[in-house]
Design a binder for this molecule. Structure first.
Ligand code: SF4
Length: 432
């Protein structure tokens, strides 16, 4: 249904690609699946597009105030959400009261990660408090323009470890498949800020996909493909289905993972049709990018529960961010909430040193303090692995507080969460 918005005009520039630029329609993959060794073919069923994501009272009143011409069915339509995303100073300034710093940062913006926020996610932002955690994660500030010597455009050297465009091969048995440079909402601290939202730097295309798929086909060591971006769940269903089918048919690929923030910023995208597509490619795992407990809304809970009911295992990936979630109680609240919606906290990332990230980065000691405050104090499932993605392309390196205290007379000496010391016999008696 067409929007009749009268206050917020459509945020979509006509020249901006919604997703991958496919010059022709993807071919059918219905036969391909039967060739897969690992993926269980599921029957193709008729798709329904009826949203099962609730319209919360918060969303409703926000929609009525800022999109008075829109209907609940507009709001529930993920493409309406993308078309009406907030991308201009004028529009965001009508929704929240920008302070001087935010206003200057948006006015000066050129290149880099653009401003883009779905109406749904905008409804979660505080109007008057620039210190609100999730507001800081999506609204530019002048700190973005301050770079320090340790920062880099591509600190993880993904471009150097890219054997073909759009694919990163860092670890022996798995690859990262970059599908698109588009996200429905852009995070200011994005590791891939060099390429997201910037069409000149990364523009997915069907030929690029084909080259990446051919690389996987010709590399038998690859058993795990992580599909990411940008956000792959912003792709149209037909493209996503084509990509999943093309990867699933490769005999040595055992599993697919999808990295996405869509259930958090655009839960309306989790449609019955999408669920049915995803279910056809088991085993498919989903890594969801959560940041703060303010993101745990009825809409996001419904999206995650739909995915869980469909048998899709979900983990969360959270970047540790200064003044946003670097507090044990905030993380505990987030992780408890995630377990309630069947999402397992998976990684807590030290923030990558991208250009202009110093206002987001904490010390590593702060990250260890988070784990110290969780381990032993809550359910083990609620504790993610704290990792640094090593600058230079060294991969994820896990970090733990100093529970291991050393060796003593054949024992190892251990410290528990209460700072009590224990010994474990690490050597067996002679002869055994
Ligand atoms: S959703 Fe992911 S890829 Fe997109 S801006 Fe945020 S961190 Fe970057």
């Amino acid at each position: 249904m067409e929007s009749k918005c009268t206050i917020i005009s459509t945020g979509m520039k006509s020249s901006e690609p919604l997703a991958v630029d496919l010059t022709d329609e993807p071919p059918s993959i219905s036969e391909a699946l039967s060739e897969s060794h690992y993926f269980i073919p599921q029957p193709v069923t008729r798709f329904s597009n009826t949203s099962r994501i609730p319209l919360s009272s918060r969303s409703l009143s926000f929609m009525q105030e800022f999109f008075p011409g829109a209907t609940p069915s507009d709001w529930a339509n993920w493409q309406w959400q993308i078309r009406n995303s907030i991308i201009t100073l004028e529009n965001i300034g009508r929704i929240i009261h920008l302070n001087e710093d935010e206003t200057s940062a948006i006015m000066q913006h050129a290149g880099g990660v653009p401003l883009r926020i779905t109406p749904y996610y905008a409804s979660l932002l505080s109007r008057d408090n620039p210190s609100q955690a999730i507001r800081k994660s999506v609204i530019p500030v002048m700190g973005e323009y301050i770079s320090s010597p340790c920062e880099a455009e591509d600190p993880l050297s993904e471009d150097e470890q890219s054997p073909v465009s759009g694919l990163v091969h860092r670890y022996p048995d798995r690859v990262l498949f970059l599908t698109t440079g588009f996200c429905s909402t852009y995070c200011r601290y994005c590791t891939r800020s060099r390429m997201v939202g910037n069409n000149n730097r990364f523009r997915g295309s069907i030929s690029q996909w084909h080259n990446a798929i051919a690389y996987i086909e010709n590399t038998p060591a690859v058993r795990d493909v992580l599909i990411s971006g940008g956000d792959p769940l912003t792709l149209p269903d037909s493209q996503l289905e084509y990509l999943l089918g093309s990867i699933a048919r490769i005999p040595h690929v055992e599993m697919i993972r999808l990295g996405t923030k869509v259930p958090v910023v655009l839960p309306q995208r989790i449609t019955p049709k999408l669920i049915r597509i995803l279910k056809r490619f088991r085993p498919l795992w989903m890594s969801i990018h959560f940041t703060h407990p303010d993101e745990l809304t009825p809409e996001t809970a419904a999206a995650c529960n739909l995915l869980a009911d469909a048998g899709i295992p979900m983990g969360s990936q959270t970047v540790l961010l200064k003044g946003i979630n670097d507090d044990v109680n905030i993380l505990k609240s987030l992780y408890h909430g995630l377990l309630r919606i069947r999402v397992r906290p998976y990684y807590l990332y030290q923030c990558d040193p991208i250009l202009g990230s110093s206002h987001f980065r904490t010390s590593v000691a702060k990250g260890l303090e988070m784990i110290e405050g969780l381990r032993g104090h809550t359910t083990g499932y609620a504790i993610p692995q704290y990792v640094i993605d090593a600058p230079g392309g060294g991969g994820k390196i896990p970090l733990l507080p100093n529970y291991f205290q050393g060796y003593d007379n054949g024992d190892i000496v251990l410290r528990n969460y209460e700072h009590k010391m224990f010994r474990y016999p690490d050597s067996l008696p002679a002869g055994l």
